[in-house]
Design a protein around this ligand. Structure first.
Ligand code: NI
Length: 196
């Protein structure tokens, strides 16, 4: 893999995400990259460079943060680095398959897309997933109790949505931690006996 390219992609996303701290920041992308590399190392042969770049660039056109169309920010980086239309199309197709809401129940068509989708979903689980949920909720004015709903709507469903064996294993452990957290939160926050 071309280390300089990875370094430049990292610098590119640092610039793009400057000022964002709601869980969709540059550190999320770096963790997804790290997760993707861990999963890819255990899976069948895959295009590592495409996995790495798609992981790093997967949120640079996220509609919640950016007003771009057709993966404009991702395409800009790839164009500047000499990727042809076919390679660019492939990397963009991986990026497209990452979104949880847009891809419910659909299986990605390439192993590369399966890996990056799993890597992104893993980052919504475990301790990091919990921290991100409350950071996002706080930013959008939600109470802790409202943020807890997100556990049932998304986080606790992710374990069964993994594509790859290695991600499934990692997800199992993070899921256990989520369950433990939910139980403790509900115990500690229950005030019904005093205020009913
Ligand atoms: Ni993401």
């Amino acid at each position: 893999m071309n280390d300089l390219l990875i370094q430049e992609a990292t610098e590119y996303i640092l610039g793009i995400f400057e000022g964002n701290s709601d869980g969709h920041d540059v550190n999320h992308s770096l963790r997804v990259f790290r997760n993707a590399m861990m999963i890819a190392a255990e899976e069948q042969e895959c295009d590592m460079e495409a996995v790495a770049l798609a992981a790093l660039l997967h949120d640079v056109d996220d509609h919640k943060l950016f007003d771009t169309e057709d993966n404009h920010n991702a395409r800009t980086f790839l164009k500047e680095h000499g990727f042809d239309a076919e390679q660019t199309g492939f990397i963009c197709s991986i990026i497209e398959s990452v979104s949880f809401s847009k891809n419910r129940g659909k299986k990605p068509s390439s192993i590369e897309a399966m890996i990056v989708q799993d890597a992104d979903r893993l980052d919504a689980m475990g301790a990091v997933g919990i921290a991100r949920t409350f950071a996002y909720g706080g930013k959008h004015g939600r109470s802790l109790e409202d943020s807890m709903k997100h556990f049932y709507e998304k986080l606790l469903l992710l374990k069964d949505e993994m594509n790859t064996e290695s991600a499934r294993r990692l997800a199992e452990e993070r899921h256990g931690f989520l369950l433990d957290f939910v139980r403790r939160f509900e115990n500690e926050s229950s005030v019904g006996e005093y205020f009913s």
